[in-house]
Design a protein around this ligand. Structure first.
Ligand SMILES: *Cc1c(COP(=O)(O)O)cnc(C)c1O
Length: 397
C-alpha cells in the first residue's frame, strides 16, 4: 500500500508517509537489515547496474527502511527529496562536498554548532573552499561578506546557546540575488515548528540525533531539498563516499517522527513555563528564549516559527562559580551537552561546548561565564523548576 502525500496534514504524514507494505501485510514499518539485494537473472542484474531498471542494488545506495525515513522526512519538510546520512555532521559534509568545489566561498553564521565550524575551517579549507563568518542577525554583514565566488549561505536558527534568530526569508532573497544557495540546519525547530523550504531556503539539514529521534538513542542525519542538488549532487557524494544511515537507525527515527509534533509542542510548553519562571527569579540576570516577549527578535520568532522550541539559556548574576553551583545543585536534570531528548539536560557552555574558544572568542560570541543552557525535556515542569530552584534560591538567599 502506497500513501498519497498531497491530501494529508502534517501529523498524518508524520505517522504514515513513506510506508510501502510488503506482501506480509505488516502494520508497523519493517527493518530491512540487508547489505545487498538479489536479481532474478543476469539480464536484470545488468539492467539494475546500468541504471536502465530502477531498484535496489546495495545498501550504501538504497535501503527500504532508510527510504521510508527519507520519504517521511521529505514530506514533513515539504521537499522533493531527502537523503539520510550517518550523522548530522555527515549531512553537512555531504551537502558541502556535493555542491561546492575548490575556489568556492561559503558564508556561515558565526553562531553555528562548534563542530560545524571545524568542518568548514579545517576540512573544507584543506579542499580550497574558504568560509567567512558573520553575525546571524546582521543582514548588512551578510551582504558585505558575499563575493563573486560565494556559492552558499549557511545558518542555524534559533542559534545555540543564545537563541538568536536568522530571518530565513530575507537571507533566501539575498542568497538568490547572488546566485547562492541558502542552507538551513533545522535541528532546533524541526519541521513541526519551522519549514525553511516554504520560507525560501534551498536545502534543510538535520541532525536526526536530536529531536527527530527525541529519546537520545541513535546518531543520524538528513539533507532535504530538490531533485537536482540533493537527489543528484548530495546523493552522488553519499553513495560514493559512504556515510549512509543504517536501517536500524532509520527505523528508530521513523518511530520518532510519529510523535514529533506532539513532543515539540510539549517541549515548547515546558520551555515557555520555565523561561517565564526564570525571568522572574532574583538570582537570574537574563533569560534567552525566543518565546519571551523580552526577546529582541520575538516578533520574527512569531512570524517564522509555529512555536518556540525547547532550548533556552540564562545568566546567573555571578560568574562561573555561581553557574556551577546551580548545575551541581540539580539532582534530576542530566549534566550533559546533548539536547533534543525527553530528559532535560543542563550545560555550562563556557567550560564545555565553548571551552576550546579563547576568552576573547567567547566574549565575541556572547558566551559569559555565568551562562547556563537548558534543553527542556518532558518531565513534570514543577520537578524541573524545583531542581533549578535548589541552586538559584541558594544564590538569591
Ligand atoms: C548535534 C548537532 C549537529 C551534529 O549532529 P551529529 O548528529 O552529532 O553529527 C549539527 N547541528 C546542530 C545544530 C546540532 O545540534
Amino acid at each position: 500500500m502506497d500513501f498519497e502525500l498531497d491530501d494529508y496534514g502534517f501529523d498524518t504524514l508524520a505517522i504514515r508517509a513513506g510506508q510501502h507494505r510488503t506482501a506480509e501485510g505488516e502494520h508497523a514499518e519493517p527493518i530491512f537489515p540487508t547489505s545487498s539485494y538479489v536479481f532474478a537473472n543476469a539480464a536484470e542484474a545488468a539492467a539494475r547496474f546500468s541504471g536502465a531498471q530502477p531498484g535496489n542494488i546495495y545498501s550504501r545506495f538504497t535501503n527500504p527502511t532508510v527510504r521510508n525515513f527519507e520519504q517521511r522526512l521529505a514530506a514533513l519538510e515539504g521537499g522533493a527529496v531527502c537523503v539520510a546520512t550517518a550523522s548530522g555532521m555527515s549531512a553537512i559534509l555531504a551537502t558541502c562536498l556535493g555542491l561546492l568545489k575548490q575556489g568556492d566561498h561559503l558564508v556561515s553564521s558565526r553562531a553555528v554548532f562548534g563542530t560545524t565550524t571545524v568542518l568548514f575551517s579545517t576540512y573544507l579549507g584543506r579542499c580550497g573552499i574558504e568560509t567567512s563568518y558573520v553575525p546571524l542577525a546582521d543582514l548588512d554583514a551578510w551582504k558585505a561578506a558575499i563575493r563573486p565566488e560565494t556559492r552558499m549561505l549557511f545558518i542555524e536558527t534559533p542559534s545555540n546557546p543564545l537563541t538568536e534568530l536568522g530571518d530565513i526569508a530575507a537571507l533566501a532573497d539575498l542568497a538568490h540575488a547572488h546566485d547562492c544557495l541558502l542552507v538551513v540546519d533545522n535541528c532546533f525547530c524541526t519541521p513541526a515548528l519551522q519549514k525553511p523550504l516554504e520560507l525560501g531556503a534551498d536545502i534543510v539539514i538535520h541532525s536526526a540525533t536530536k529531536y527527530l529521534d527525541g529519546q537520545g538513542r541513535c546518531v543520524g542525519g538528513a539533507v532535504v531539498g530538490d531533485a537536482e542538488r540533493v537527489g543528484k549532487d548530495v546523493y552522488g557524494f553519499l553513495r560514493t563516499c559512504g556515510p549512509t544511515m543504517s536501517p536500524f537507525n532509520a527505523w528508530v527515527f521513523l518511530k520518532g517522527l510519529e510523535t514529533l509534533s506532539l513532543r515539540m509542542r510539549a517541549h515548547s510548553a515546558n520551555a515557555v513555563a520555565l523561561a517565564t519562571w526564570l525571568e522572574a527569579h532574583p538570582a537570574v540576570a537574563r533569560v534567552y528564549y525566543p518565546g519571551l516577549p523580552s526577546h529582541p527578535q520575538h516578533a520574527l520568532a512569531v512570524k517564522q516559527q509555529r512555536d518556540f522550541g525547547g532550548i533556552l539559556s540564562f545568566e546567573t548574576r555571578g560568574g562561573q562559580a555561581d553557574a556551577w553551583r546551580v548545575v551541581d545543585a540539580t539532582r534530576m536534570l542530566s549534566i550533559t551537552a546533548n539536547l533534543g531528548d525527553v530528559k532535560t539536560t543542563i550545560t555550562h557552555p563556557a567550560t564545555t561546548t565553548h571551552g576550546r574558544l579563547t576568552p576573547e572568542q567567547r566574549a565575541d560570541a556572547g558566551i559569559r561565564d555565568g551562562l547556563i543552557r537548558i534543553a527542556v525535556g518532558l518531565e513534570d515542569i514543577a520537578d524541573i523548576r524545583a531542581d533549578l530552584a535548589r541552586g538559584l534560591d541558594d544564590l538569591a538567599g
